[in-house]
Ligand binder design. Structure first.
Ligand SMILES: [Zn+2]
Ligand SMILES: [Zn+2]
Length: 255
């Protein structure tokens, strides 16, 4: 059994590709993907996403403001309320993205610090998005005491040294379909070097469909391709990747 540790179920194509979330979940289950975590990116979209996933016991939610959405509506008190919902198993995605939006860096840092504060206060793990902002990301995590709540660096594309520093804070590293892309040579090396005990797998659907679905819209069922590629890279059985990453998901998010 597999788990998709990061997807955006409210952003999939329900016009042409899927009937509804039940359809997406059924497709995932028929590929042995037993559960998934639907990740929030704005406060505006959070209530409807939470409502939409509520009928599904095997779908979890997180509450967060994405670093590329920091100019969207935000109310800190209301955010704390949202975060307390028992269906919310994590805070994020949050973090820093200086690659796509260096101009909002200051506001990104402010939102990131606020979300670390909530995660630590509620003891819910953090889902971190980071691009071109390694030092600031680690500094904010350390200063905010994030090792108390732990978390995951999602859609990992950084180097081995960054992974090691994140793991020292008790964080997991989540691998997306990027690892199957031919040009991702450094990431493949990093995955070879990292212990399965610290890895999660994800689709980040609807984005980043793994080979052989590259170019199509991504969906939770395709997380199996990520797991298969990791097994091939590490020379281990697919079943080991499935078991370990599923256990890691439970240890982190369902504790
Ligand atoms: Zn992200
Ligand atoms: Zn995402």
């Amino acid at each position: 059994m597999f788990v998709d540790s990061h997807c955006h179920l409210d952003k999939l194509n329900y016009q042409d590709l899927h009937e509804n979330i039940a359809d997406v979940v059924a497709k995932a289950e028929s590929s042995r993907v037993e559960s998934m975590l639907s990740v929030g990116v704005t406060m505006d979209s959070f209530p409807s996403m939470l409502e939409a996933i509520k009928p599904f016991k095997n779908v979890y939610a997180s509450c967060g403001v994405h670093p590329l959405d920091v100019e969207s509506y935000f109310d800190f008190d209301k955010f704390k309320q949202y975060a307390q919902d028992p269906r919310v198993v994590a805070i994020g995605e949050t973090g820093l993205d200086y690659h796509y939006q260096p101009e909002t860096a200051e506001l990104q840092k402010e939102r990131f610090k606020q979300q670390v504060e909530v995660a630590v206060a509620l003891n819910k793990p953090l889902i971190i998005h980071t691009r071109n902002a390694r030092e600031d990301t680690l500094q904010i995590l350390r200063e905010g005491g994030a090792e108390q709540c732990g978390g995951v660096i999602h859609c990992f594309t950084e180097d081995l040294e960054f992974a090691e520093q994140a793991m020292q804070l008790g964080f997991y590293i989540s691998i997306s379909g990027i690892v199957t892309f031919r040009q991702a040579t450094e990431l493949k090396e990093v995955v070879r070097a990292l212990p399965l005990e610290r890895l999660l797998i994800e689709t980040d659907s609807p984005y980043l469909a793994p080979v052989p679905h590259r170019g199509k819209e991504n969906q939770p069922a395709y997380v199996v391709e990520v797991a298969a590629y990791i097994a091939q890279l590490k020379g281990c059985a697919l079943n080991d990747v499935a078991k370990k990453t599923t256990q890691n998901f439970k240890d982190l998010f369902l504790r």
